[in-house]
Design a protein around this ligand. Sequence first.
Ligand code: SF4
Length: 363
Amino acid sequence: MLAYLNEFRTSKAAGYYLRAIEKVAPEHQVTLMEICGGHTLTLVKYGLKALLPEQIRLISGPGCPVCVTAQEYIDTALELCKLPDVIITSFGDMLRVPGSYSSLSGEKARGADVRVCLSSLDAVEIARRHTDKQVVFLGIGFETTAPTVAYAVKTAHRENLTNFSVLSALKTIPSAMHALMQSGETDIQGFICPGHVSTITGTSMYEQIVKQYAMPCVVCGFEPTDMLCTIAMIMAQLKQGAARVENQYKRSVKLKGNTKALEIMEEVFEEQDSTWRGLGVIPRSGLKIRDSYKLFDAAKRFSLTLPQAKENPACICGAVMRGIKIPSDCALFAKKCTPDSPVGACMVSGEGICGIYYKYSQH
Ligand code: SF4
């Protein structure tokens, strides 16, 4: 495995792609957005931005699942975990995201039953073992996670585990790309498209973006040379005046994606409007559980009245995820807001932009 990864991290390969980029780099400034938090991590961790010609600017987008999850959702989870006989199950990062008045880890410390899972099936197993409790799984993320959550719902349905439900805040990536382009806030000339999401969906979902905005979209892997190769591919398209979907990450991403995963998503979920932190409500950008599985929909099972969600007004997570600010523009960055004491969601996750800059850049 190491030998395999090392092939994508050699200075010889990096030098090759950097020379390719220089050959096609324009004289004027161009801005590319990497959508995925995993790509931001590679760019910052390996110092790739500093190696690029200065006219190529890279900005980060809304591709960290924890970061884009709306404050209202966190507050709902906080209310649920206070109900008697409810176990909240979640991926670990979510526990530290500040809600309007607390966090799940804070409530856990106060005695709430909040458990970290490595997969949605772990939550199903908890439901099997605690039939006297209601087990709620916090279903967040994008097309990458959605099939696994759908499989958990189908498993609970098959086993008649009526004490299992999912609170879905699942979202779809192309909707956010459209929202960014339509806002006109950010001047973007090319998208570095997420490799993991595309492994599930395939590459055709970016065709509409190419067509509507004449925007090169290149699906990218997660190693340093994957990213340099992708940047060279986008620059070559821009130089030719072309705009098309290309796939740099062929070792994982196929044209039609993972058809089994797409089928199970389609069976369990349907589109709904969804609120994104920093982007607001984006029509048809979320996935809700279909009526045929409504017994497993936590939003239907529990009816809660929530106070108005409050975010720290000094936190600029939203602007950071729209690519119009960088973490160091935030007055709290690396001062009041650190990974040990996060003020905003972007400082929490390993894919959060502020957390990545805190860890790997000089600040
Ligand atoms: S540094 Fe902290 S407070 Fe500032 S934008 Fe990032 S997460 Fe929000």
